[in-house]
Design a protein around this ligand. Structure first.
Ligand SMILES: Nc1nc2c(ncn2[C@@H]2O[C@H](COP(=O)(O)OP(=O)(O)O)[C@@H](O)[C@H]2O)c(=O)[nH]1
Ligand SMILES: [Mg+2]
Length: 182
């Protein structure tokens, strides 16, 4: 039987926990890349560094997940659709400790609209232990006001189990044949 391979995307602003989430569940030492952008014409000679992460996770049915962390910077958002192409779905991580987490959410709702419209997205609220001013209900209300219904979980991505909850949620959402754990 052929072994299936699927791409999962971790998105979110800098500090939202993408690198940590991939590190928590990857079975290989995650690869983090720092790529220098030499497109001086576009960037006015400014050197741009973009960080990407990569890890893998093999599920109990032997299917393999390729875990990609997207560059968080909004100016690199053109990369998001390139990386998302052909993926199973996106896990959007929102840092709840920033001053306006819902504004940050809007950036990703727009950037990943394509996957969101296909119900291939899930939201993980991180760092609620640092700031719980904006709660899950506020996220739901915010999404509802935009006519969206996306599952939202409060997580600590330093905990493997929490990241698996997000993965499990995304996979069931995608009505995939895959199952996690035993
Ligand atoms: N207190 C707290 N720290 C967290 C949480 N999630 C991630 N972090 C920390 O936040 C920092 C930034 O995370 P990182 O994975 O580098 O974010 P990235 O920029 O999205 O890759 C790391 O030091 C994590 O340990 C959380 O839920 N609570
Ligand atoms: Mg990172």
């Amino acid at each position: 039987m052929t072994q299936l391979t699927e791409k999962i995307i971790f998105a979110g602003s800098m500090g939202s926990g993408k690198t940590t989430a991939i590190k928590s569940i990857s079975e290989i030492e995650p690869v983090s890349t720092e790529v220098t952008n030499n497109d001086t014409e576009q960037n006015d000679k400014e050197l741009t560094t973009m960080a990407m992460d990569f890890g893998t996770l093999t599920l109990s049915d032997k299917s393999k997940l390729l875990l990609y962390g997207t560059p968080g910077q909004q100016r690199l958002s053109f990369m998001w659709s390139v990386i998302s192409d052909g993926s199973l779905g996106v896990i959007i991580l929102i840092d709840n400790s920033v001053s306006d987490p819902l504004a940050s959410l809007d950036i990703y709702l727009e950037g990943f609209a394509n996957l969101i419209n296909q119900s291939k997205a899930i939201i993980g609220i991180t760092k609620s232990d640092l700031n719980d001013e904006v709660d899950v209900l506020s996220y739901h209300q915010h999404l509802k006001s935009k006519g969206l219904s996306i599952p939202v979980f409060t997580v600590d991505v330093r905990e493997k189990e929490d990241v698996l909850v997000l993965l499990d949620g995304l996979i069931s959402l995608c009505e995939s044949q895959y199952t996690l754990g035993e």
